[in-house]
Write a protein that binds this ligand. Structure first.
Ligand SMILES: *Cc1c(COP(=O)(O)O)cnc(C)c1O
Length: 684
């Protein structure tokens, strides 16, 4: 193979997205093109500098990376005897060059699929080709978020149209109401995982249908329903059309739950009676719910649902009420809308939330479906989310850990391995922290000079640096730190103990409250005591995410409990020596051990719904946040010994690095799914 052949092979598999050595090769081919296009290898390769391509030492580096890739693709699986899994999700966060997600759900799905590849599982993922993704964020002069929708050109990405043996596109058909809708699909390789993305934008469809798969969570409830028909029913038909066999279907969130009905239809078609057909489906489906916010579940009005499902319902041979009953907590109550989560729970063998606390909340939320069972026997368990460390650990950190511990990624989910952090001297850990902070400040300075949102920049590479980045859903309470502006200003005004904060995040275009929250933060950039020390980085994406989670000393998370199902961004900081300052919500009650970070406000107890009225909860949590910063976080950071080291801070960093990365790694998470969910129980 020539050097160019090898580069083509590398660019065709998203394996490069978690292997910085591979990315470095593409950068060398054309640094400007690479950087200007969100680190896109295909574009760098198409604009390659011929001198670099012809260089002998470059060719040797390509050989080395290509060999590592080939070895990875041939590795023996780390877990044997795993059933064949097909994983369905509405969104996938894979890399900043391919924005097919809006937030945590998508990032989690991407990390899950990558970890499945690392473990060598027989794993296929199915999603939608969101050609215009979510949206690109910019700002007008009033600090109001603006929305652009640049389209993804498949040619510029490792996306291949799915074709048959004759080279013709494979298409499948679903019905919206009584009208046929045709779907093609795109194939993407993530290491050893195959990802298929459904696409309605083809000539065979009427104009109004072509745009259906274009954007995520935009276009209202009807489009949402239609996208879910595409994902669940179309997705399964696609797997059948290409001959992908499956033992276990993993429904990641309710959006894809129609796939259970399509499985049911096939069983009924083959002559099975209803009850055994339902059993058959249930034995093969597992369901994960992520939504503790009651309004966050997809619900469809009976008339809208019935209208869209007309042809499919006739194929099933059900009456309207019979079909609606599958999505009603009380099947007898014909006033109720059709809820996707209910369908998922009803036709799956197991169901789980995504943290211990979220499992509790989900049991409480859906207890009404199981009227004769006490709360702790509601059949919803939990598997706590984790992150794909190779994706989220920045090159500087990978090098630091690599120099000390060799192939640390191979043992990343092993608690024993992380005990060795004990041996890293304070001085080295502190230098590690300071370099990562410095890299972030340089990055932020450049980003700030290029973005539409103009703000003074006065970040200090030695100052305590706090990060807050997430979707601006209002329950996450982004401006909580500024609920008492004077008290916040006092923290920023202390020139002996300077603090600074970076924000990033998008509000859903129709979420007025969320957009107002962003505006409030942007307004704070003009406060005389804060100016220059608060930077809002626009267009939050995986690159900004990676920079923030690696560079910040403290990661701030202050949702209204219990609405954060898990959260994963706080899990990304520990390997970089960052510390969590968080409400006891989502994953944090499982991570926090008293000395590896801080809890804001009351620690999580068995009592789930926060008993305090919302206003009071906000007020008390803000008070707790100020107290934590004033009395613990800031003093600990600036308490230096005679050599200038913050010994207590470094001890907390060490504790966080020892206790958190292994427990909240996606490899641990996927292994848990294999052992407790995917493996069919022996009695089936
Ligand atoms: C990690 C991450 C998320 C999810 O983070 P949460 O903790 O769930 O808010 C969303 N977007 C990006 C870019 C991320 O890196």
């Amino acid at each position: 193979m020539t050097t160019r052949d090898k580069l083509n092979a590398l660019a065709a598999n998203l394996w490069w997205s978690w292997n910085p050595e591979a990315q470095e090769l593409f950068r060398r081919l054309n640094p400007d093109a690479f950087e200007q296009h969100a680190s896109n290898p295909r574009i760098a390769l198409a604009n390659a500098n011929e001198d670099v391509l012809g260089d002998a030492s470059f060719a040797r580096d390509v050989d080395e990376v290509y060999d590592a890739f080939s070895t990875y693709m041939k590795r023996t699986p780390e877990i044997e005897d795993v059933p064949r899994i097909s994983y369905f999700c509405m969104e996938f966060g894979l890399h900043e060059s391919l924005p097919l997600y809006s937030g945590g759900l998508g990032i989690l799905a991407g990390d899950h699929a990558k970890a499945a590849s690392d473990l060598g599982l027989p794993f296929t993922a199915v999603g939608i080709f969101l050609k215009e993704g979510y949206f690109k964020q910019s700002f007008d002069d009033e600090g109001m978020q603006q929305h652009d929708h640049p389209a993804i050109d498949p040619e510029k990405h490792p996306l291949a149209r799915v074709t048959d043996d004759a080279g013709d596109p494979v298409t499948v058909t679903v019905h919206l109401g009584e009208s046929p809708l045709h779907l093609q699909a795109w194939h993407l390789k993530l290491g050893r995982t195959d990802l298929y993305l459904l696409d309605s934008d083809i000539d065979a469809n009427p104009e109004e249908y072509r745009s259906l798969t274009r954007r995520l969570y935009q276009g209202g409830n009807l489009v949402r329903l239609q996208q879910e028909i595409i994902l669940g029913i179309g997705g399964l038909r696609l797997l059948d059309a290409i001959g992908t066999e499956t033992d276990v279907y993993h429904l990641n969130e309710g959006h894809c739950a129609f796939l259970t009905l399509e499985l049911l239809r096939k069983q009924l078609d083959s002559g099975q009676p209803l009850q055994s057909a339902e059993e058959w489906v249930r034995e093969r489906c597992v369901f994960t719910t992520h939504t503790p916010v009651p309004a966050g579940h997809d619900r469809f009005k009976p008339d809208v649902f019935t209208e869209q499902m007309t042809a499919f319902r006739e194929q099933l041979g059900f009456s309207e009420e019979e079909l609606l009953a599958y999505g009603r907590p009380d099947p007898e109550d014909d006033e109720l809308p059709f809820t996707m989560t209910v369908l998922g729970l009803r036709l799956s063998r197991t169901s789980n939330g995504v943290s211990k606390l979220n499992g509790h909340v989900a049991r409480q939320q859906w207890q009404e479906m199981y009227p004769n069972r006490p709360l702790d026997e509601v059949p919803i368990g939990h598997i706590t989310n984790g992150i794909h460390l190779p994706t989220w650990t920045v090159p500087h950190a990978r090098a630091f850990l690599g120099q000390r511990f060799g192939n640390w990624l191979a043992r990343r989910h092993d608690p024993e391995f992380w005990q060795q952090v004990e041996d890293i001297p304070d001085e080295d850990l502190w230098r590690y922290r300071s370099s990562l902070r410095g890299l972030l400040i340089d990055y932020a300075q450049k980003a700030n000079s290029q973005q539409t949102l103009k703000q003074p920049f006065d970040l200090n590479p030695d100052a305590l640096t706090i990060g807050f980045a997430r979707r601006f859903a209002t329950y996450k309470r982004a401006p909580l730190l500024f609920s008492d502006v004077d008290r916040a200003a006092e923290l920023f005004a202390d020139s002996d103990r300077p603090i600074q904060i970076l924000y990033a995040g998008k509000a859903h275009p129709e979420d007025k409250g969320g957009k107002r929250f962003i505006q409030q933060i942007v307004e704070m950039t003009e406060h005389p005591a804060i100016e220059g020390k608060l930077i809002f980085l626009e267009n939050y994406n995986m690159e900004i995410g990676r920079m923030l989670v690696s560079g910040c000393d403290v990661w701030l998370n202050n949702p209204r409990r219990p609405y954060e199902a898990s959260g994963t961004s706080g899990q990304k900081i520990s390997v970089h020596g960052g510390l969590n300052l968080s409400i006891a919500d989502g994953w944090w009650p499982e991570g926090y051990n008293g000395s590896n970070g801080w809890v804001i406000g009351p620690e999580a107890t068995g009592n789930l719904k926060d008993p305090r009225p919302e206003k009071e909860q906000d007020k008390q949590d803000a008070e707790a946040l100020y107290t934590m910063l004033e009395e613990h976080v800031v003093p600990t950071f600036y308490q230096r010994d005679e050599d200038g080291y913050p010994r207590e801070w470094v001890a907390m960093m060490r504790e966080a690095m020892k206790t958190l990365p292994h427990a909240f790694s996606a490899k641990r998470m996927v292994a848990d799914y294999v052992n407790t969910v995917y493996r069919i129980p022996a009695n089936v």
